[in-house]
Design a protein around this ligand. Structure first.
Ligand code: MN
Length: 267
């Protein structure tokens, strides 16, 4: 081998090496067994809810790990509007990060951990401080569906009061015991209200949970307006709610496509 070709070989090896050493930052962003598309959906869902005004600086979207169902995926501690696929981390069944790498994690990750544990049918969880919902969390008026897009409320939206079990707290779901209590009140429903705090919406996909979180917020405002009109309000019957919710599950792709486009142009 001539000295030139030896030099060339060394140069190629060196550039390969630098590629490999640049690689880990990309490789570390990927989570084993998780398609990039799911990470993108979690990030998109976070930005959609911010764009729609359901979340501000707080709130989070998560998804169950598709190949390790005991684990789940959610962003590092960051405002929902700022979440990208690279911010998504893996958490174990107790809500602890699998590979924290010094990233800050959400204090209320136990909401997600305990719901995934209690609800095998749930693949996505959204926690918000929805401005429409908070008044219902402190009133004795239950959320009930009065229009078709909120039909998933047809089975009821229970209110969880942290004070009943835990006394005077900082109101946050800051450990597994509190998370388990919240998950127990959610039961088999799609939405649980948290007294003086916000709500949690769950679903079989990130799209469904985001759809429900948004329409719970919209719906709560409509119900408050309807009640404000001062006459008896006609709500959807249980049968109407069930039929309308089946349609929602089919049409939500259209809503997602629109919201995604808006959230992307809002960046
Ligand atoms: Mn919260």
């Amino acid at each position: 081998m001539s000295s030139f070709s030896r030099f060339a070989a060394i140069a190629v090896a060196a550039s390969l090496l630098s590629l490999l050493s640049a690689g880990p930052s990309r490789a570390q962003d990927a989570i084993p067994g998780v398609p990039r598309e799911l990470l993108e959906d979690i990030a998109t869902g976070s930005r959609i809810l911010a764009d729609l005004g359901v979340v501000d600086a707080f709130g989070h979207v998560s998804a169950r790990h598709p190949t390790n169902p005991h684990h789940f995926l959610m962003a590092r501690s960051i405002a929902p509007a700022q979440v990208t696929a690279n911010d998504i981390m893996e958490f174990d069944e107790n809500g602890e990060p699998v590979d924290a790498r010094n990233r800050a994690v959400f204090l209320e990750r136990f909401i997600h951990a305990e719901i995934y544990k209690a609800r095998p049918d749930v693949s996505a969880v959204v926690h918000t401080h929805s401005p429409g919902v908070v008044p219902f969390s402190v009133s004795h008026t239950p959320l009930k569906p009065l229009y078709h897009n909120a039909a998933f409320l047809g089975t009821g939206a229970p209110v969880w009061d942290i004070g009943k079990e835990f006394g005077a707290t900082n109101m946050l779901v800051s450990n597994n015991v509190i998370g388990k209590s919240l998950a127990a009140t959610l039961g088999d429903k799609s939405v649980v209200l948290m007294r003086g705090h916000g709500d949690v919406a769950v679903g079989p996909s990130v799209k469904a949970a985001v759809f429900r979180a948004y329409y719970t917020d919209v719906y709560a405002k409509l119900q408050a307006q309807a009640i404000g009109l001062g006459r008896d309000v006609t709500y959807l019957s249980a049968e109407e709610a069930a039929k309308a919710d089946a349609v929602n599950m089919v049409i939500m792709d259209r809503a997602w496509a629109l919201w995604k486009q808006r959230a992307q142009s809002a960046k």
